[in-house]
Design a protein around this ligand. Structure first.
Ligand code: ADQ
Length: 477
């Protein structure tokens, strides 16, 4: 139950040090709290009577320049409403039509517009004020993702001396790509105002270090540290994980069982290949559909006995590129079913909607093969969720893109190049026929990693050493 409390509540300042998280969306809505990241943040926020600063999810004609403060179960929230212009300029345009495609190395899809960058700057400034209003210098500010690259810089302009960490959930591109941004230097310099930056992959770490050295004159101090303009910044490899134990429990829940029963009724004895992704061009869905078509083309013995099910809820549906993707997938799915389907067999089932976490977990648990084939992905949690949900006595096979951050950790998956649709089709055929002993061996090693390097491991790794009194805010390192 969320309790609104007075807007000027600053009494919480007395409870420091505490964690202050900043992200575009928060978990004020308890439905959003089911995800691993929300749970991990929630635990730390709760342990420190922390504060979560973010967007309320509301768009208003005349939004207040102040946050609405709410409190739930020991966690405070400071939430901003956005104006329509801000929602478009900051969120849809600069964050999701400039930074998202650029960081995923899709320069062809980037739409630059100076007025959007002004909205991005203003929004970062606005959110930094909320932090400054509510934080004391020994609090820890933990900023999440590409929406808030400028936040530390704006906060320092308000004379904030405390520690600020940043975790980027998406890939950090090579400097050659980053420099295509008209605002590359402003953003690169702003990154140097953080104390610690966490990245999903070693490739991301290399790319960011190179950028800070080449664009900001940084000096590599060895290990994780870079010295830029007299400040030492820690660049840390922190691959995000999931709450593997909780996810396995979800896969065995009554809701999961109901979903699998329903699907089994439709599926019969057929083998199931599954894909679960937000409908996003970074996820490689058209290439994946073509690979499945090639499977049916080159391996006719799979006809009638194998089904592919893609679950892909539309996201950012007002952005042109996302509408185009939807049309492409609709067309491909129709054509493949038309070409290969039969009176008693639908080769591809494509469900453009969201399902409950438990239902997704159940569906993974009865799948023989999971296709995780993004063209670029910071990490990809679906790969980890699929492994966590498997039956150890009869596990399914993970086919994983070499361009997912997860490929650095999950080396026992069948690693593929998603552009090479012939090879992906061959890998699917191999996965469908893989002997039980090999499936078990691969799964055991993958599951070990998913369980050990879980969401808490990730959080503790981020906070280790650099933010010294981590123990005092509820972390175990
Ligand atoms: P995302 O791009 O959103 O996250 P991902 O890591 O794949 O991608 O996580 C998607 C989550 O949504 C998974 O938990 C999945 O189960 C869920 N999901 C997908 N489709 C669903 C559906 N139809 N119904 C219900 N749930 C669905 C960004 C980066 C990633 C990085 C994460 C975390 O782009 O690379 O792994 O942040 O850091």
């Amino acid at each position: 139950m969320t309790t609104p409390i007075a807007d000027d509540v600053k009494g919480a300042k007395g409870k420091s040090p505490r964690l202050i998280a900043v992200s575009n969306r928060t978990a004020i809505d308890s439905n959003a709290r089911a995800g691993g990241l929300a749970v991990a943040l929630w635990d730390s926020l709760k342990a420190t009577n922390g504060l979560w600063v973010g967007w309320s999810g509301k768009i208003k004609d005349f939004p207040s320049s102040k946050t609405t403060i709410a409190s739930d179960d020991g966690v405070d929230f400071a939430l901003y409403d956005m104006s329509k212009a801000q929602y478009e300029g900051f969120y849809l345009n600069y964050a999701n039509s400039v930074l998202w495609p650029l960081f995923h190395s899709r320069l062809d899809l980037v739409n630059f517009d100076q007025s959007d960058f002004r909205h991005y700057q203003d929004t970062n400034k606005q959110f930094s004020k909320a932090v400054a209003d509510h934080a004391t210098p020994d609090d820890y500010v933990w900023v999440h993702d590409y929406h808030f690259i400028l936040l530390a810089d704006e906060l320092r302009k308000l004379s904030w001396q405390g520690k600020i960490g940043f975790f980027l959930h998406i890939p950090f591109p090579p400097p050659e790509t980053f420099r295509a941004l008209p605002e590359a230097i402003i953003l690169a310099k702003a990154l140097t105002m953080y104390d610690i930056i966490g990245l999903q992959t070693t490739m991301g770490v290399t790319n960011l270090k190179r950028l800070l050295i080449e664009v900001c004159g940084g000096v590599d101090e060895g290990g994780e540290d870079i010295l830029v303009h007299g400040r030492t910044i820690t660049i840390r490899h922190c691959p995000i994980g999931i709450d593997a134990v909780a996810f396995k429990a979800s896969a065995e829940s009554p809701q999961a069982k109901m979903a699998t029963k329903k699907l089994r009724k439709f599926l019969g004895d057929r083998k199931l290949i599954i894909g679960v992704d937000r409908m996003d061009y970074s996820k490689g869905l058209p290439q994946r559909f073509k690979s499945v078509a090639k499977l049916f083309d080159s391996f006719p013995h799979t006809h009638g006995v194998t089904s592919f099910m893609q679950i892909a809820p539309p996201s950012r549906a007002v952005v042109d590129e996302y509408q185009q993707l939807r049309k492409t997938l609709d067309g491909l799915c129709g054509r493949i079913n038309g070409d290969y389907g039969d009176l008693d067999w639908i080769p591809i089932r494509y469900l453009a909607r969201a399902y409950k976490r438990e239902e997704i977990a159940g569906l993974y648990s009865i799948s023989d093969v999971c296709l995780v084939t993004p063209l670029q992905d910071g990490m990809n949690l679906v790969a980890k969720e699929f492994i966590a949900a498997q039956d150890p006595d009869d596990p399914g096979v993970l086919i994983l893109s070499q361009f997912a951050g997860a490929a650095e950790q999950m080396t026992e998956a069948l690693i593929v190049n998603p552009y090479d649709t012939d090879k992906v089709a061959e890998m699917i055929a191999r996965a469908l026929d893989m002997p039980l002993a090999e499936r078990k061996k691969r799964w055991k090693s993958l599951n070990h990693n998913v369980v050990v390097e879980d969401i808490n491991w990730w959080r503790e790794r981020f906070f280790a050493k650099a933010l010294a009194p981590a123990k005092t805010i509820g972390f175990t390192t």
